[in-house]
Design a protein around this ligand. Structure first.
Ligand SMILES: Nc1ncnc2c1ncn2[C@@H]1O[C@H](COP(=O)(O)OP(=O)(O)OP(=O)(O)O)[C@@H](O)[C@H]1O
Ligand SMILES: [Mg+2]
Length: 336
């Protein structure tokens, strides 16, 4: 999506949170999230991701700093909590469906609690079950559903109150790859069709790569890096980000690649800034006829190709070749 340059839908300024146990979970967090975007939050276990997400719907309160939604502060005002919970819905890793209620009854629950009349409830439940593709399972018990179906029921229940923002805390972690893909496709569809803002936490970098517009990396309660996904994945600045991206940036080939005496191993990095795909003809022209491709991790993210090409040269590059090579990639690393 194109991010409108309007006031952010959610703004965090100088947000701090320390649990009563003394654990400092968030420190001076500054964040802008725009209406209609899909925003990813990544970081190591215990970094503070869930704490951050739970601030958005008032499940956690910040100790200091300011959180605004559409310019209105939501920090510390209990009276606004109910309104906040309606506008900001959440889905969970383990679905949190009530086992003694059918799919339709689970989805209907928030409407009942809000006192919506029976006829309207029925209509809205049917509508939302159609949207998530569960109409044929409306009277099934959760225990009879697959993981993917359970999560779709969770999504339906979250959406039935027509929220503006959907929070997802590891919503696909308990699913197999096929169901993960189905749920992600559904989330993308909902984002596009309803214009819903989605904020999600995941440990799966593929989820960020395929679904998100922007991503923030959190480490020990601090946001250490944030930006458009192709930018962050194409040229990660922080060691934690590089660690999480793993093969995309270090490559399995490093240790496996043998170079004999006189040979040289070079990596051409592409970070997507130029918007150009690697030009193979130009690369081979510059490197000459003795270049062998030993590893490649280039992939398109948001329409920009990012990654690396690792190349073995039979003879080391001269200074002049290196100068030319620097023009065909965004960065060059020579492995001694
Ligand atoms: N209710 C709580 N009381 C005390 N400490 C807590 C509480 N919830 C979380 N913490 C601590 O705060 C820190 C951040 O926790 P949080 O759950 O936000 O991390 P996370 O990034 O979501 O981790 P994970 O990837 O494992 O889910 C951790 O050190 C955690 O132990
Ligand atoms: Mg968590």
């Amino acid at each position: 999506m194109k991010i409108a340059q309007s006031t952010p839908q959610i703004q965090l300024r100088g947000v701090n949170k320390t649990y009563s146990s003394g654990v400092k979970a968030l420190e001076n967090v500054e964040l802008d999230i725009h209406a209609g975007e899909i925003f990813g939050i990544i970081g190591r276990s215990g970094a503070g991701k869930s704490t951050l997400l739970r601030l958005f719907n008032g499940l956690e309160q910040a100790d200091s700093g300011d959180i605004t939604i559409h310019g209105v502060s939501v920090t510390g005002k209990r009276s606004q909590l109910r309104d906040l919970r309606r506008r900001v819905a959440m889905i969970f890793q383990h679905f949190n469906l009530m086992s003694t209620k059918t799919v339709a009854q689970n989805v209907e629950l928030p409407l009942r609690m809000a006192g919506v009349p029976a006829q309207e409830r029925r209509q809205r439940v049917d509508e939302i079950l159609r949207l998530v593709g569960l109409e044929s399972l409306r009277d099934s018990w959760p225990s009879r559903l697959s993981g993917g179906q359970k999560q779709r029921a969770g999504i339906a229940r979250a959406l039935v109150m027509q929220p503006e923002i959907l929070l997802c805390d590891e919503a696909t972690s308990a699913l197999d790859p096929e169901n993960t893909l189905a749920v992600l496709t559904l989330l993308k569809e909902i984002n596009q069709r309803l214009g819903l803002t989605i904020i999600l936490i995941t440990h799966e970098m593929d989820v960020i790569r395929t679904l998100c517009d922007r991503v923030a990396v959190i480490e020990k309660g601090k946001i250490v890096e944030q930006g458009e996904v192709w930018r962050v994945f194409g040229d990660p600045q922080h060691e934690v980000t590089r660690g999480m991206l793993g093969t995309l940036h270090h490559g399995r080939a490093e240790s496996a690649t043998q170079v004999e005496d006189g040979q040289q191993l070079v990596t051409l990095h592409f970070n997507g800034v130029s918007g150009q795909e690697p030009d193979l003809q130009q690369i081979t022209r510059v490197l000459g006829g003795n270049a062998r491709l030993v590893y490649s991790s280039c992939e398109p993210i948001q329409g920009r190709v990012v990654g690396q090409l690792k190349i073995r040269l039979d003879t080391p590059m001269t200074r002049e070749v290196l100068r030319l090579a620097e023009q065909v990639a965004d960065r060059i690393a020579i492995h001694e």
